[in-house]
Design a protein around this ligand. Structure first.
Ligand code: TPP
Length: 815
């Protein structure tokens, strides 16, 4: 035992070959580097060079200590206070930090998010430029941070569970080479004390405790959530006391809970190293509550803590600032003299200032260069223009902006084009070409990577046609899906599924029947009722190489998970600028059944929130199987919504049920006709087919199109082609008015140019504005029925040709 420091050489030397003293001095260096970073970054915001700041000051010492517990292969799932941890782990340089602060949209300088996310949000690049996985075992890895408090918790469950699966499941040798050393990795989480009041925090803690997965969560407790103190956040104002109920007891699984003061460097090192050692070895989760932390600069650059923290508290925070406390401890234990520490502090300040200047220069230089080019073009135009004064004004204004950003450049170019409206064509063309090129580059900077562009993209999959033979059996929908899943579990050793009642029961509709007994409880996992962390579990697993199916029992309950899907899963590839992917399949079932919570169809809500995830709405089980087979084989994420009343419907099952696949974004014309195009999907296909039959009886031939996927939507213009023929169109679904029918209408009429082919006003037919009422009558009067579809189409035709189609209710007969 080193009496100076109070912790053993052996533990520290686990990670640092140097002597203890050097380790401590180096930690002190990083602590100061990080503190100066916060102070100087804040000045950058107030001087107008950066827009917003949120920093890790007050948490530095705890984070340098935590860093000692990490090993290669480990994962971090944290939040915006973790700059010191990132510096300590070697995952973030000062230049990168400042590049992010400035919003530098260039991956070579800002590799976390390529300028797409605000300061203090961290991520490592898990993918090669071609979209394939890098070797996670060779590095420490960080999932991509997100701002919603506790948003990092659901996927933490899956990141931890992956280690357990790698340690337990056979057949993963190939994957292990990239992702895991026999499951020895820890998923480290960090979270603020106030974020622990969020529901998904408790959901995740409960889940990881049940799963007994190797998570080590640090709670940075500085007593407040912006202005609201712990007393108003957590029962008893004490998250540690409340978490105690999760404490692992002898022979009873649970979570190891400990607490440590955030300014006590040696005790922090001891606590984290001991906790990590147990987690890694035994796969028992642990939580370290770090108390008595401070926030010297306040919550963020927008607002001052003096407005809500009592003077007494502020005084305490100054006394217990972890940086000062660490210094005190080092001097007291003769680890360094005050002069040596002063020297380190001064050196670190200089370093931070130098790196800030470098980051600023590389951020500003291309902007200044682009401005110079634009100014030359505008000035040249002014020389040639009949009335140059406005152009000169624009040029002067642009030239006088101290720190130009691209918006200033584009705004000036736009104004110059207006001023040049009646000017020489040559000048206009040159300026317009410059603007266009800037817009193209901006689109590359900000619009790319919403979906996969790798060779595993779902859109690149060659469809495989279903094979039918005289012996192809007629099967119920659930049996068809069951056969599809069975084939997939057999083929892909890294395919795992998780959800409520999917294991022992085989899911509420029997799609997974018998699969748990065939493939084991770790591949077909029953979970608690916890939709957000079912999806989170899948996200974390997919980040570590698995192919997970997150089963959400009913479409209506997807709403519990929608935050995680929208904020984390759907934006992941985009917000990391192609640096991370999490190919998750979300399986659910919905549309018509019974009542408000078992027959909802909130499609517009979903599709508008999950851009980045493909949305398939198959009309029956065979179609659903075709989509699963496409997605199993791709690195995109997809939501597949099965139709509840298709499970009992019998269809002929293709002989190649495990292979045949359906391309995304390709609608199917399920009935041809010349008069009206009806566009629908999912459960509405059945009544639409019936109505089309009736309409044929009165001389109206409907072209019925099943869009099959809402995202992507009709990539080849099948619907507009139909409209060219019919000139009339009805968009039909069981979402609310203005819901997904409005989305389809925008895609076809505006984006697809369908407007040009319309002979009648386009129409929509939807469910009522209220939620579906209970029972068959409730359903009938809430959702579009065969009769309503008939009437809607008939009405379109009657408006066009009243002579051929008399009013159904006899209103146009003479009275
Ligand atoms: C879901 C959500 N609600 C509100 C906010 C706004 N907000 C940002 S940080 C914060 C306080 C968080 O406090 P704590 O978890 O203790 O972390 P700290 O910032 O103190 O480290 C709040 C309310 C948010 N980002 N996300």
């Amino acid at each position: 035992m080193n009496t100076l420091t109070g912790f053993t050489n052996r533990t520290v030397q686990n990670h640092h070959p140097e002597s203890d003293r050097e380790t401590i001095l180096n930690d002190y260096r990083i602590v100061h580097r990080s503190r100066w970073t916060s102070i100087i970054a804040r000045q950058e915001v107030f001087s107008g060079k950066a827009k917003f700041g949120i920093f890790g000051d007050g948490k530095e010492v705890a984070q340098v200590a935590l860093a000692h517990a990490f090993r290669k292969g480990d994962f971090r799932s944290g939040y915006y206070r973790d700059q010191t941890l990132m510096f300590s782990l070697g995952l973030l340089t000062l230049e990168e930090y400042f590049a992010q602060l400035y919003g530098h949209a260039d991956l070579s300088y800002e590799p976390n998010f390529g300028g797409r996310a605000m300061t203090g949000h961290f991520a490592t690049r898990l993918l090669n430029p071609d979209g394939s996985w890098k070797n996670q075992r060779a590095s420490i890895n960080s999932a991509a941070d997100l701002s919603p408090t506790a948003g990092q918790m659901p996927r933490l469950v899956g990141l931890a569970l992956a280690s357990k699966l790698y340690r337990s499941l056979p057949g993963l040798e190939d994957l292990s080479a990239l992702f895991s050393d026999n499951g020895n990795e820890i998923a480290f989480g960090t979270i603020g004390n106030a974020a622990c009041a969020e529901g998904i925090f408790w959901e995740a803690i409960n889940a990881v405790g049940v799963l007994q997965a190797p998570m080590l969560l640090s709670i940075w407790d500085d007593g407040y959530g912006i202005s609201v103190p712990n007393e108003l956040q957590i029962v008893k104002g004490d998250i540690f006391a409340i978490l105690k109920g999760f404490q692992r007891k002898q022979n009873k699984p649970g979570i190891d809970i400990s607490t440590v003061r955030g300014w006590d460097y040696p005790q922090l090192c001891r606590t984290f190293l001991a906790a990590a050692e147990t987690v890694r070895r035994t796969h028992t989760p642990a939580i370290v509550h770090v108390s008595e932390l401070t926030q010297p600069q306040g919550h963020s650059t927008s607002g001052s803590q003096e407005r809500y923290k009592p003077a007494e508290r502020l005084k305490w925070e100054r006394e217990y600032d972890c940086v000062g406390k660490m210094r005190e401890w080092m001097v007291k234990n003769a680890i360094a003299t005050p002069e040596e520490l002063n020297e380190i502090e001064a050196e670190e300040k200089r370093l931070v200032l130098d790196m800030r200047d470098r980051a600023w220069a590389v951020f500003q230089t291309p902007l200044q260069n682009d401005r110079d080019v634009l100014l030359d073009i505008i000035d040249e135009s002014a020389d040639a223009a009949p009335e140059p004064s406005r152009l000169e004004e624009i040029s002067d204004a642009l030239g006088n902006i101290k720190y130009p950003i691209r918006r200033d450049l584009l705004a000036a170019a736009g104004e110059a084009l207006i001023a040049l409206n009646r000017g020489p064509e040559e000048s206009k063309r040159k300026l317009a070409a410059w603007k266009k090129e800037q817009e193209r580059v901006a689109s590359e900077r900000y619009d790319t990577h919403l979906y996969s562009v790798s060779c595993e993209s779902a859109l690149r999959k060659r469809p495989v046609s279903p094979v039918y033979s005289p012996d192809s059996p007629a099967k119920a929908g659930f049996e068809i899906l069951n056969a599809c899943f069975d084939a997939a579990f057999a083929r892909y050793p890294h395919l795992v599924a998780m959800g409520e009642d999917i294991g022992r029961l085989g899911d509420v509709n029997q799609g997974f029947a018998g699969l748990q007994s065939r493939y084991g409880a770790l591949r077909v996992m029953d979970t608690g009722i916890r939709e957000a962390t079912i999806v989170g579990q899948a996200i974390g697993l997919a980040l570590r190489g698995f192919k997970p199916i997150a089963d959400i029992q009913y479409l209506d309950y997807l709403l519990y998970a929608i935050e995680t899907i929208s904020d984390d899963l759907a934006s992941l590839r985009w917000r990391t600028c192609g640096g991370q992917k999490s190919p998750v399949i979300i399986r659910t079932r919905g549309h018509r059944l019974e009542g408000i919570w078992h027959s909802g169809s909130p499609m517009a809500g979903i599709i508008n929130l999950v851009k980045g995830v493909y949305v398939c709405v198959p009309r029956d089980a065979v179609q659903a199987a075709g989509f699963y087979n496409t997605i199993f084989d791709s690195d995109d994420s997809a939501l597949i919504i099965e139709v509840l009343n298709a499970y009992r419907k019998r269809s002929i099952m293709p002989d190649n049920i495990g292979e045949f696949s359906i391309p995304l974004g390709v609608p199917e014309i399920i009935r041809t006709g010349r008069d009206v195009t009806v566009v629908t999907y999912g459960a509405c296909c059945a009544p639409a087919q019936e109505a089309a039959g009736q309409l044929s009886g009165v001389g109206i031939e409907v072209e019925l199109i099943d869009v099959r996927t809402l995202i992507p939507f009709d990539l080849n213009g099948v619907i507009v082609d139909s409209l060219k023929k019919t000139g009339r169109i009805l968009f039909l679904d069981e979402d609310c008015p203005g819901g997904a029918t409005a989305y389809m209408m925008q895609r076809v009429i505006e984006e697809g140019g369908g407007f040009h082919w319309l002979d009648s006003a386009p129409r929509t037919l939807t469910a009522k504005e209220h939620r579906p009422a209970y029972g068959s009558d409730g359903d009938y009067f809430s959702k579009p029925s065969r009769e309503q579809i008939f009437e809607a189409v008939y009405e379109i035709m009657r408006e066009a040709c009243p002579a051929r189609f008399p009013d159904l209710e006899g209103r146009d007969l003479p009275t």
